[in-house]
Design a protein around this ligand. Structure first.
Ligand SMILES: N[C@@H](CCC(=O)N[C@@H](CS)C(=O)NCC(=O)O)C(=O)O
Length: 214
């Protein structure tokens, strides 16, 4: 099977604003794929149409189709790709050390399930469309403080990435910090620098360069 030559298809939101689509896209690029992006118009409800509902199971983007296999949920996609094309031989998406890998997955799960006020008040339009929004509520401020505390603890070693080498959780964490940093909200300097460096990664830059018709 020549998987690296197969062109995976990634269903993503049509405006390329989904942080989860970003994560799945970066995972594919880092593994050496050239995915075909298939835009799904969420505002028009295309994700509720029968065909997409059947293929995704969840009616959400991103949805990967690779070699006839369909998978949604961005972290499941990254884990699948990492096991499909493992290191050595392929660049890893997760740390090789068992505990660091567990920590990376913990961070991904947390970033996807918590910090709701922050995610709501600093939507990714801030990050991808340079939107300016109002002041944060106390609840979002509290969420930001929890984010900083966790990120500071994980990055206390002062290195460029969370776990020595880059991993997909670096992109997820940088996105969350950049919701605030790019907007100009107060962010500790060390975290601002970390997120700005992560944003320079070529796979992330490719996502940023997609044309957004808004
Ligand atoms: N946990 C999922 C979240 C996916 C998700 O929430 N996608 C949003 C776009 S950012 C979506 O499809 N929303 C459509 C809807 O829920 O109606 C993942 O990591 O892939």
């Amino acid at each position: 099977m020549t998987l690296l030559n197969a062109a995976p298809v990634l269903d993503v939101d049509a405006l390329y604003l989904s942080p989860y689509a970003l994560s799945a896209y970066v995972a594919l690029i880092e593994k050496g794929f050239e995915p075909v992006l298939r835009p799904v118009d969420l505002a028009a409800g295309e994700h509720h149409e029968a065909d997409f509902a059947r293929r995704s199971l969840t009616r959400r983007v991103p949805l990967l189709t690779l070699d006839g296999f369909m998978l949604s949920e961005s972290s499941a996609i990254a884990e699948y790709l990492d096991e499909l094309l493992p290191a050595p031989g392929h660049p890893p998406l997760y740390p090789l050390d068992l505990r660091e890998r567990a920590r990376a997955r913990q961070l991904q799960a947390w970033l996807r399930s918590d910090l709701m006020p922050l995610r709501a008040e600093r939507s990714t339009e801030v990050v991808f469309l340079a939107r300016h929004l109002g002041a944060l509520t106390q609840a979002a401020d509290d969420a930001a403080d929890r984010l900083f505390e966790a990120a500071d603890a994980l990055l206390a070693h002062g290195s460029e990435h969370l776990f020595g080498e880059w991993c997909i959780a670096d992109t997820d964490l940088a996105l969350m910090i950049n919701r605030l940093a790019i907007h100009g909200d107060p962010v500790p300097d060390s975290l601002k620098r970390y997120a700005a460096r992560q944003w320079q990664r070529p796979s992330v830059q490719r996502w940023l360069s997609l044309k957004r018709d808004v």
